[in-house]
Design a protein around this ligand. Structure first.
Ligand code: MG
Length: 382
């Protein structure tokens, strides 16, 4: 598109020596071409500015130095960790682990409480207990996470302090590994986008030392038919040093294979890997960078199952993997959790709020489409 636009401009200069009719024809042709290209560019920039934090051009909705343009929100910066003191999060971050409370993290598969342990301001992976994930979902974001591999070290290669930071549920891994004076394959070392991009440099500290990842994650986008519109992009700073510079992922990170993309919702949990090694984590926080919107959660399966049933008014609620599905008037809606009891659809303004009885059982739901809601709600039939 850029080339088309510049072609038009260059041709205007080039044609000065040509006969007038040819000049006119070319100007007409290329002017139209240029205008089209510009419109396409602007549309693309607008589309990008509304769909992700990635901007290809300044926002065309504002003129330069526009006095009416809102000022950026004020954020109080956090404090970096030092050898003696753990740091703090910026004021607009969501703190995912503060050293004491692991309640935002659950077992990856079914959302049940994790067996990872919390001790002395960190949490530690317990071998065989499984990956953990956040209850809240995140799309484009900035993630800060600190980790330490076991000291004294155990094992070799991929068996030495292996864990991982995953975006998109368990799809896209930034490798966590003891890579201090330790050998393994390059695209599996600390800071690698596993199996795809080795880190640019190895800035690993010795085992037992606290190390930091600051990661900028751009979620993939898919169209309604599940076709990939834009891939995952990641930038990673490891102990403050840039090691992944806006790389584009080929698909989910995987062992032995190059897995293709499969469509998934933009916002997904962030996960940490149980690779059988007691790797520790502390001071985890995240800043959402995407379009402002409702918070989204991936609730535990048992909680979702407590809402499954048929309610008055032909409301049928089922579960498909990690989400509730509403069937209403013959139309199916994928529902997203905005709280432990409230759900919304993204295609239509449909809302569900489940009302637990005094004994905790859910026998009523308030449903609304575009209007209404409130009141006693509809009773469960089965
Ligand atoms: Mg790993």
């Amino acid at each position: 598109m850029h080339l088309d636009l510049y072609d038009g401009i260059l041709t205007d200069t080039f044609t000065e020596s040509l006969p007038i009719q040819l000049k006119l024809f070319m100007r007409l042709k290329y002017r139209t071409f240029s205008t089209l290209s510009l419109a396409t560019l602007l549309a693309a920039a607008l589309k990008l500015s509304t769909e992700s934090n990635a901007l290809a051009a300044p926002d065309p909705n504002w003129v330069d130095h526009d006095r009416n343009r809102p000022e950026p929100p004020v954020v109080v910066p956090g404090r970096n960790s030092t050898a003696d003191q753990v740091g703090t999060a910026p004021s607009d971050a969501t703190v995912l682990f503060d050293g004491t409370n692991i309640s935002q993290w659950v077992s990856l598969n079914d959302g049940s409480p994790t067996k990872w342990i919390v001790r002395d301001g960190y949490m530690e992976c317990v071998k065989g207990s499984g990956y953990i994930r956040t209850l809240q979902n995140f799309g484009d974001c900035q993630l800060h996470v600190e980790w330490a591999t076991p000291n004294p070290p155990h094992g070799e290669g991929q068996g030495r302090g292996n864990s991982g930071v995953f975006f998109g549920f368990d799809r896209y891994e930034v490798q966590v590994l003891d890579s201090y004076q330790a050998n393994t394959y390059a695209d599996g070392s600390a800071g690698a986008i596993y199996g795809q991009y080795p880190p640019l440099v190895n800035v690993s500290l010795p085992p037992g030392k606290w190390q930091t990842y600051d990661i900028v994650y751009t979620a993939p986008r898919f169209d309604a038919d599940g076709k990939l519109l834009s891939p995952v992009r990641e930038t990673v700073f490891y102990n403050g040093v840039l090691i992944q510079n806006n790389v584009e992922l080929t698909g989910p990170t995987s062992w032995l294979e190059r897995a293709p993309y499969k469509s998934h919702p933009e916002k997904q949990p962030i996960a940490l890997q149980d690779h059988g090694n007691p790797v520790r984590y502390r001071n985890i926080w995240v800043r959402e960078l995407g379009k402002p919107g409702k918070k989204e959660f991936t609730l535990p399966e048992a909680q979702l199952d407590s809402y499954v049933g048929t309610y008055e008014g032909e409301i049928e609620v089922t579960r498909e993997e990690h989400q509730l599905v509403l069937k209403f008037n013959g139309v199916k809606f994928i529902m997203f959790a905005e709280s432990p009891t409230k759900f919304f659809a993204k295609t239509t303004d449909v809302q569900l709020e489940f009302l637990p009885d005094a004994d905790g059982k859910v026998n009523r739901v308030i449903s609304s489409v575009g209007e209404g809601g409130g009141g006693e709600g509809q009773k469960r039939i089965k």
